[in-house]
Design a protein around this ligand. Sequence first.
Ligand SMILES: [Mg+2]
Length: 302
Amino acid sequence: MFPIRHVRPAVLGLACALLAACHGGKAVRESPAPVADSAPAVSQPAPDDTFNAVAWMQTSAEYAALTTQVYRNVCEALPAAVADPSQSALIGGEQGGGFESLPPAVIADIDETLLDNSAYAARRIASGGPFDPVAWKVWIDEAAARPMPGVQILLDCLAEQGVTLAYISNRNHEGERAATVKNLRQEGFPLPPDNDDLVLLRGDPRGVDADWSEKGARRRWVADRYRVVALLGDNIGDFMNGIATSIEQRDAMVRDHADNWGTRWFVFPNPSYGSWEKALLYGCDTAKTAPGRCRHQHLRAD
Ligand SMILES: [Mg+2]
């Protein structure tokens, strides 16, 4: 699900509660100008500052090269993982016991991992407006998201090695599932015509975490049926739960699982949105400090 942007925290929280549609929790986009600690939150949205991120994703040779590189790395890692029944990419007990005899599967996030939603982002930049849930739903319903650059490399090697692809996304189960499945099928992603069981979106009754944006319960549903040999995503929540925390703790989570990155876990670049933005505001008392100031305080100058 694409993030909410240009929205004040209170409005953002309300929008999340009402719409259940802000998995990335797009950070606030107030003016970057210094603001006194006691100043109230800026009331007007600032001009969009995501142009460079979206332009890079849509136009740079480097982004396409990076995504292709990640798919290639997955394919190079798969044979050994498939051949060793003792291997699982899941942590925290998500795989469960007795998995050695289960067929292998890769779990992939959808947005900015398999499908490219930058056209939606470009529309919001062109309109100059904040995240619009109506516009996002229109985009979902169009089922027009393009495949990520290089993804055919992944699809070919999964087919060659007999590995199933499961899709876990924080698009909403309610109201967004049919169009998401349609989009995936149109773009050639493996989904049997009569079976879309392996598309698990947010709110799917088969697996809902206490924080329903988390994906652990849905990973466990897949793991009851498959040995998960790799995880793919653009957000660390695609790999583990508990990511809604501070920048320092998120860094520690990455270090704690250093052996998994590039071997079992494969991450795609996404400078446009993600849970990393929420981390910039973690612990920020927005009643006392403007969110823009909280965000800028995290930049290092040495
Ligand atoms: Mg994603």
